[in-house]
Design a binder for this molecule. Structure first.
Ligand code: HXC
Length: 523
């Protein structure tokens, strides 16, 4: 029996459906796309095409429309409501994403735009897969009013509920202003594109009106400003393509969720490889710096490291590496910058990294060469006490394998702060150059022998004798080793070998903390 015209899936219906679908996919149209390209930016669709393995992207809710009649919006068609959401494969692994499209109403976020983002965030959490947000938006859709603000509220809520459950990454690829900056800040990682992206709570015009300060968009909230000054940006990238490649690189180190196994890469680098260059890396003079990045690279598979916050708080470095193909989070004082001292920003940088790694079961490898916490009013009044306490808290609460290597100085409170034995390190090793003490020998003798030195016939000679005796006692790894405070003294060249063996031995480590609602890190 012939089917009634208009019922069932007719060719005409398919044609209409396909035409509507294709029309929606054009987003803001050719003129706006050309403007986007002139600014050196890709469109949301182009970004997603670069991000996902070819042909794997599955778009969700393309047909969603805004429903606000206010301020002329009833006459305004906003394709896909300015945001493309969906999922697909990135190097063969499922990842969910939302990409705002500046060509459609400036990527502004209204009620339905937000609900599309909620949908994929919910899917990502249910599916236990990472969520990536590509932001390029004029912010809350001004015509819609409070439903737009509420849309952000739902995103912030989901960012928070998903925190520590699935990895969340934001790529800032255009404007991000006002409260819109808080979703990125709630995610684990923020990437920015130099020159074409910026983030700030209040822009240059408001700043000028309120406090009379003059500043450009880029100086205020560009990628370089946030990568070097505020630390809001973990990765400042050159352009959209570089940004997307680096997001993919980061994902390669991360599990799908806190319940998923770590991604293991194939590894041709031998666990037995010695690092003879490390035997020569510690300078003769104790006050001279060296680049701890060289140590981390020497130990890593294929000498490859992936370093967030490379330009911020450089006195400590944090990095992802692999050892025998398994991801490892490295925290290392870097004596090349500010003697590797611990200050407020270094403490914050390391603490957040440690907590991320612990949440996602990535073992921690710490390299310690630290003269102490930074003295002075500036640091005390900036709250070095509570910032430093974050580091103690983060290391102590972490239940992943924790291995510490002391390369040189390891003094005072900072010794404890860099994952000492009683902060829960599973295994502490020291190079023969290690100096584990309450403080440097000179400073120590000036305090404990002040009267004796002052009253000596030759104070300089007596001080030298006392300093030598103190160094002999404490400024070496042997006293700590004799007390069982470090497990082993190793030659620097053996570091990779020893770390590889330990990570393998500890890979099934399990530690259970007392049940509670949540702990209370000193924020
Ligand atoms: C509605 C917006 C919009 C917005 C841009 N557009 N931002 N529509 N709401 N927030 C529209 C423009 O009207 C224009 O539409 C199109 O997007 C392109 O914008 P242009 O201004 O032509 O682009 P450009 O010159 O490149 O300037 C980009 C911009 C500017 C600097 C971002 O658009 C701008 O200042 N936008 C407003 C920024 C802002 O103050 N947002 C509110 C922040 S407060 P047509 O139809 O002409 O193409 C906020 C609160 C969030 O977001 C709170 C969360 C808790």
């Amino acid at each position: 029996m012939a089917r009634e015209q208009g019922k069932g899936v007719t060719e005409e219906k398919i044609r209409v459906f396909e035409a509507r679908r294709e029309a929606l996919k054009t987003m803001g149209g050719e003129k706006m796309i050309a403007k986007q390209h002139e600014l050196g930016k890709l469109t949301a669709r182009e970004r997603l095409a670069l991000f996902y393995d070819e042909g794997t992207f599955q778009e969700v809710q393309l047909f969603v429309k805004h429903r606000s009649p206010l301020f002329g919006l009833d006459k305004k068609q906003i394709n896909a409501d300015g945001v493309i959401v969906g999922f697909g494969k990135v190097n063969g692994r499922t990842v969910f994403a939302a990409a705002q499209d500046f060509t459609s109403a400036g990527g502004s976020l209204g009620e339905m735009h937000a609900k599309k983002i909620w949908k994929v965030m919910d899917m990502a959490m249910d599916a236990r897969k990472p969520f990536v947000s590509m932001n390029d938006s004029g912010g809350a859709r001004i015509q819609e009013g409070v439903p737009a603000l509420d849309g952000y509220g739902g995103i912030f809520y989901r960012n928070t509920i998903g925190s520590g459950y699935i990895p969340q990454i934001t790529a800032i690829m255009g404007p991000t202003a006002g409260g819109a900056v808080y979703s990125p800040a709630l995610t684990d990682w923020v990437f920015m594109v130099k020159k074409s992206s910026y983030m700030y709570i209040t822009g240059p015009d408001v700043i000028k009106a309120v406090i009379g300060e003059e500043v450009t968009h880029d100086d205020l909230g560009g990628a370089v400003a946030h990568a070097t000054k505020s630390g809001v940006c973990h990765f400042a990238t050159e352009n959209d393509e570089d940004c997307i490649n680096k997001v993919k690189m980061l994902l390669s180190y991360l599990p799908d969720s806190c319940h998923s196994p770590l991604p293991i890469a194939s590894c041709a680098d031998s666990p037995d490889r010695e690092c003879p260059e490390l035997d020569k890396i510690i300078p003769d003079r104790a006050t001279r710096g060296y680049d701890m990045k060289q140590v981390v690279m020497a130990v890593a598979d294929n000498n490859e490291i992936f370093e967030p916050h490379e330009l911020w708080a450089k006195n400590i470095l944090v990095a992802f590496i692999r050892i025998m193909g398994r991801p490892v989070g490295v925290i290392a004082n870097n004596p090349k910058f500010g003697a590797g001292v611990l200050d407020t920003t270094a403490s914050d940088k390391a603490s957040r990294f440690i907590r991320f790694c612990d949440a996602f079961n990535i073992p921690l490898l710490t390299f310690s060469d630290v003269p102490g916490y930074m003295p002075g009013t500036a640091q005390e009044w900036a709250g070095i006490i509570s910032h430093g306490a974050k580091l103690l808290h983060a290391y102590s609460e972490a239940t992943v394998p924790k291995i510490t290597v002391v390369t040189r100085k390891d003094y005072g409170g900072a010794y404890i702060g860099m994952c000492s034995k009683n902060l829960g390190a599973d295994y502490v090793m020291a190079w023969p150059s290690a100096e584990i003490a309450v403080m440097g020998a000179e400073g120590a003798c000036n305090i404990i022998y002040r009267r004796e030195i002052n009253e000596a016939a030759d104070p300089a000679a007596r001080r030298a004798e006392l300093v030598a005796a103190y160094e002999e006692q404490f400024n070496n790894p042997y006293f700590a080793a004799s007390m069982g405070i470090i497990e082993e003294i190793i030659a620097p060249r053996e570091t990779r070998k020893r770390v590889a063996v330990l990570l393998d031995a500890l890979k099934d480590k399990e530690q259970v903390r007392p049940p509670r609602k949540h702990n209370n890190i000193p924020l």
